[in-house]
Design a protein. Sequence first.
Length: 514
Amino acid sequence: MVHIEQINKKGTHTDANDKLSEEMNRQYQLDDYEDVYKDLFDLVPCFITVQNSGYELLRYNREFYETFDPKPGDRCYKAYKGRTEKCVICPVEMTFEDGKPHWSEESGPNKDGDILHWVVRTSPIKNSKGEIVAVMEMCLDITHKKKLEGELEVSEKKYRAIFNNIPNPLFVLDTGTLEILDCNGRVQTVYGYSNKELINRSFLMFFKSEEREDYSSMLKSSFFISQVKHLTKNGREIFVNVQISPSKHLDQDSFIVTTSNITQHVEMEQQLIQTSKMATLGEMATGVAHELNQPLSVIKTASDFFIRKVNKNEEIEDDTLVTLSKKIGNNVDRATKIINHLREFGRKSDRILEKVQVNDVLRKAHGIMGQQLKLRGIVFGWDLQADLPLIMADSVRLEQVIINLLMNARDAIEEKKGKISGDKLSEDEITLKTISEDDLVKIEIRDTGPGIPKNIKDKIFEPFFTTKQIGKGTGLGLSISYGIIKDFEGRIGVVSNKDQGACFVITFPILDED
């Protein structure tokens, strides 16, 4: 019996010890958790405070303390907002009222007086009865983000100021659709459209409908398009140069397109070219008159023959009548062709590029100049490639260039004649040659004049530069020719050897018909 009691007492004692150990372990765990909680509370890299309903700071972490240096008994609005009363919108107050988390964005000075910005998030702290006894406020510092936003805003204002004050129309286009995403104020001055009228509309609206497909491809593949015709809001045609640069707009690929209104320049250039044409026609009057005199002489002879027969009441044989009638008709056609050619040459060009066969243009130029050169004893030589590829140009303007160069060659030969006494040293000749090589069509106009001195070779294409006597040249012919060739994406240069004449060389890119 005693043995059993001893055992029972021993068992009871053992159970008590086990319970005590469990309680101690639980307390140790609670102490560990509290230490972990304190460490986490202090080490979290944001501002954390615990406040009562009077907004007094009951507790705060190290980050808050080191940033704001609060004093005992401080209220939150005093400690890190520099206020003497609570904020008008207070998330802590709202959490005490409804027990729900709230957030806001706030600013205030740190202990050094620097203004900080943070995002606030509140959470209720409740007792065992579910009553709110405090509110935890967590603040994430967004000062750096705010600074970047401020810098971005300044940058955007600067960009917008530059964008709107660029003196030329400026467009931002979608790279795929060419829709206008943005444009500056200068657009309305030049085109007549407001910003609102253009946004989300196609940039191709400024082109004629039949040209839009071609220009759509060019805008997507080029960096510069010269002398483009655009239509304004009131339907007026203007000439612009278009510059395209790839860019980004709101994180999407875009084109920055700048247009330069060159209408006045083009109109002045056209007037100058037209004046030059009229001067050329005036200079060629003698040759043209002689060219027309031949068919008129044939017509006059036939007419006199008919009148004489009629007056004598003599019968005209049928064969003779048919032959003379055909001659009259053929020579009327010849005179009409000469006049139409002169009218075509003299008309104002519309600057429309077309497929051009250079050899045909050279023959037309010779048709106007040939008789004049023949009268002056100048031989004309041909060396034309039969299967010459086509180019893109304005045939009338190109003919003007060729005629101008032929006239210069004529004058150079005449100048050499005047300086040489006795027999001529060589035959007076102008040669025209065409050839295609290296994806280019080349024209050579060679003369047997005195050549061009090296010291002026680089100046001959400058406006108003001339070696001719006063009253015999304006110095604009070669300058105008240079501009016309450049409009066709061609180049013009000169090769000269003293006493061996000059050779003007013009090159054009061959038309790609693929």
